[in-house]
Design a protein around this ligand. Structure first.
Ligand code: HEC
Length: 124
């Protein structure tokens, strides 16, 4: 248990300092939005995100009810005003309420950008 707690603290402090030191909206998306990137993002979504964010991308996956702050839905224009850099940063370091897990160890940056491209392509 102690190790798990220690790791959680590390992730906690890493994401806090990351968020406060750089302007996430200014992070540029290096991956071109094309069908190849969107297809890769869709596959990654099915593998890593569906359990919480849902098959229908409505934030209502099988485990959605176990969270205090509900997982985001991605289909009702929620992402219209949200920058690519912000999304990238949230997926990489975890959500602000610490219920959305960080994917920094599970996914490469390029895979996270593919996810961003996929999510932003929805509801357009
Ligand atoms: C274990 C459940 C879980 C998984 C798996 C998960 N999420 Fe989340 N996600 C959440 C919850 C709960 C929230 C809302 C609370 C928060 O932001 O911490 C959230 C919030 C978000 C947000 C919004 C963050 C914000 O600013 O509030 C984005 C973007 C997101 N998730 C993307 C993803 C993507 C992409 C994946 C797959 C790589 C993923 N999530 C996998 C549970 C999950």
């Amino acid at each position: 248990m102690r190790i798990i707690h220690f790791t959680a603290c590390l992730i906690f402090s890493a994401s806090v300092s990351f968020a406060s030191e750089i302007d996430v909206d200014a992070i540029e998306n290096p991956v071109t939005v094309d069908s190849a990137s969107i297809t890769k993002g869709a596959k990654l979504y099915q593998k890593h995100c569906v359990v919480c964010h849902g098959e229908k991308m409505d934030g209502n996956g099988p485990s959605a009810e176990s969270f205090e702050v509900a997982p985001w839905g991605f289909i009702d224009g929620e992402l219209k005003e949200i920058s690519d850099g912000y999304l990238f940063q949230q997926i990489k370091n975890g959500g602000p309420w610490f219920e959305m897990p960080p994917f920094v160890l599970a996914l490469k940056d390029e895979q996270i950008w593919n996810l961003v491209n996929y999510l932003k392509s929805l509801g357009k």
